[in-house]
Design a protein. Sequence first.
Length: 105
Amino acid sequence: MTADGTLLESFPDSPVTTAALSDLEASDAIRTAIPLISEAHDGQELSDRVVIQTDSVAVVASYTDGEGWTVDHRIDGTDRDPSDVLEEAMVAGQGDSSLVDAPEE
């Protein structure tokens, strides 16, 4: 199983470019790497909130100045359909946003 922190070790101490997230998807270990929110800065799209998914886990991570990258949500993907795991991660990530109401349980 991939440790949550291991997924974020290669991230810079700043928001990550959407191009870098696309490059991560080329890795055999990364199934999905997508921004939840991105903004244009100096001709690049930067994201400070992302979903990273491997075969065994999906994490929602966010960047905060002074704290760096942290895992906000972790969804276990062991023996689960990868699409279901990604959907759960997306809902968890968007549920923290003021743009989307958190799902009722």
